[in-house]
Write a protein that binds this ligand. Structure first.
Ligand SMILES: C[C@H](O)[C@@H](O)[C@@H](O)C(=O)COP(=O)(O)O
Length: 243
C-alpha cells in the first residue's frame, strides 16, 4: 500500500500542508501529546514484532484530553518519527499533523465517543481472525474472557473503514472491552494503552487456545459456564499488587 506523506508531492496531503482549503491551520503538539505519540508508535511497532499484524495492517490510538492521536494510514510503523504526530478531535477533524489518519478512524472515534476508553488497538491477529470466520461468539474456553467483560462477540462483516463496520463493532462491544471483527481482526480498548494492548494479546491467545483444543479429532473442549466466569470477574478485581 502506498504511503501518504504530506511532504511528498502528488499525495493528497501535499495539497495545502494536509489541509482542505478553508480549514484552520493545525496546531503544534503539546508536550503530553508528544510523549503519548512516542508510546503509541512503540505499541504500533510491537504489534508487528509480536506477530499481531503484517506490514501496515492494524492501527492504534490514544486519547489525550479532547484529542485522539492515531497511527497514519498505510505508513510502516518503523518509519514513523516524532514529527509525524497525527491527531484528530472527537468530531474527526484533523488538528495535528499532515499525514492522513488511519482508515479505521470511524471505529476508533466510535469507541471514544461511547466509552471512557483512553486507548484502542486494532489488529489482524491470525488466530483471532480465523475464529471470527467460524463462530459468532468465542466459546468460553478460558476464564480470561472475564478480563474482557465476558464472552467475546464477533461483529458482522462490513467493509473496512466504514461507518457500518464501526456500528457493528459498537454493538459487539456492549459490556465488553474487546471483540472480533468477522473476516477482519480484533478491536480492544482500555483506560491505558498497556491495558488495551494486553487485552489484544489475551484475546489472540484465547482464540489460539480454542482453535488448538477444538482441532483435536474425536474430542470437544470443555467450556466454562457464565457463573464460573462471573466468579472470576469478581476475583480479578483484586488481582495483582495493591497500592
Ligand atoms: C486495508 C487496511 O489494512 C484496513 O484493513 C485497516 O483495517 C487496517 O488494518 C490498516 O489500515 P490503516 O493503514 O488505514 O490504519
Amino acid at each position: 500500500m502506498a504511503e501518504q506523506r504530506g511532504d511528498e508531492p502528488g499525495t493528497a496531503d501535499a495539497r495545502e500542508g494536509g489541509r482542505d482549503a478553508g480549514e484552520p491551520r493545525r496546531r503544534s503538539a503539546r508536550p503530553e501529546e508528544t510523549r503519548a505519540w512516542e508510546d503509541l508508535v512503540a505499541a504500533a511497532r510491537r504489534t508487528v514484532a509480536d506477530g499481531l499484524v503484517v506490514g501496515t495492517s492494524g492501527n492504534v490510538s490514544v486519547r489525550v484530553g479532547e484529542t485522539v492521536l492515531v497511527t497514519p494510514s498505510g505508513v510502516p510503523y518503523d518509519r514513523l518519527t516524532p514529527d509525524d504526530v497525527t491527531g484528530v478531535g472527537l468530531d474527526g477533524r484533523q488538528v495535528l499533523g499532515t499525514l492522513v489518519p488511519t482508515s479505521e478512524l470511524p471505529m476508533h472515534l466510535a469507541v471514544y465517543r461511547t466509552t471512557d476508553a483512553r486507548a484502542v488497538v486494532h489488529t489482524h491477529a491470525v488466530h483471532a481472525t480465523a475464529v471470527s470466520t467460524l463462530v459468532s461468539e468465542l466459546p468460553l474456553i478460558h476464564y480470561m474472557a472475564a478480563a474482557l467483560g465476558g464472552p467475546v462477540r464477533v461483529a458482522p462483516y462490513a467493509t473496512y473503514g466504514t461507518d457500518e463496520l464501526a456500528e457493528n463493532m459498537l454493538r459487539a462491544l456492549v459490556g465488553r472491552s474487546g471483540c472480533l471483527l468477522r473476516n477482519h481482526g480484533t478491536v480492544t480498548h482500555g483506560t491505558t494503552l498497556a491495558q488495551a494492548y494486553d487485552r489484544t494479546a489475551q484475546l489472540e491467545w484465547m482464540c489460539r487456545l480454542w482453535l488448538t483444543a477444538a482441532s483435536v479429532p474425536g474430542h470437544a473442549p470443555s467450556l466454562l459456564s457464565r457463573e464460573q466466569l462471573t466468579e472470576v470477574e469478581e476475583r480479578l478485581r483484586d488481582y495483582g499488587q495493591r497500592g
